[in-house]
Design a binder for this molecule. Sequence first.
Ligand SMILES: [Zn+2]
Length: 211
Amino acid sequence: MITCETCSGVVTWQLQKGRYYGACQRRNPACKITKTIREDRLEGTIQILLYDLVCPSKELIDWVVQQLEAKRETTSQTHEDSLEGINKQIDRLVRMDSDLYDDKLAGDITKDIYQKKHASFMEQLGELRSKQTALEGKVSKNDLPQRLALLKLTQKAAKLYQTRTFEQKRVILTKLFSSFTYSDGVVSVKYSKFASVIANKTLRTKEILGR
Ligand SMILES: [Zn+2]
């Protein structure tokens, strides 16, 4: 998952005297003289970064989760209610247009009136259908569940990480970090946008609570 800052090559690992050392392929002459990465030190850095995400107050996180869940319910309920209203209006217009056609066939209204009214119905129908599409998008594009899952992961990742397999570790790292680059034996690890917000808020909470 780590790339070399100089050549952009992927870091590979070699076992030497019981320890893993990482380096790029060193095809670029500038990379030949650089130091290797020690896996245990890198794991230490990651462990610290994961602990920096853990909020000192569990009550606070529970409260945030609760608020977000409540918001999710009301927001999606509002969208669903509006969508239902629009669907009803669409059905009504379609019915009215079909009645209008029957009236024309029966000779109750002139062709002229029929065309005017029909055009007006179609125009309203067009507007309603674009509103319908927009609302359907909002109902299906609710990303709050993913955010909640991420928030929960930030709080348990530090502990989970210690006991996970390589594959599971990779999943945790991919979700919480955006990049790993190394230059001369030093790896710089960047949080993902979401994790970076959590890290900042956690730091601030620690300052406020004095923990
Ligand atoms: Zn390199």
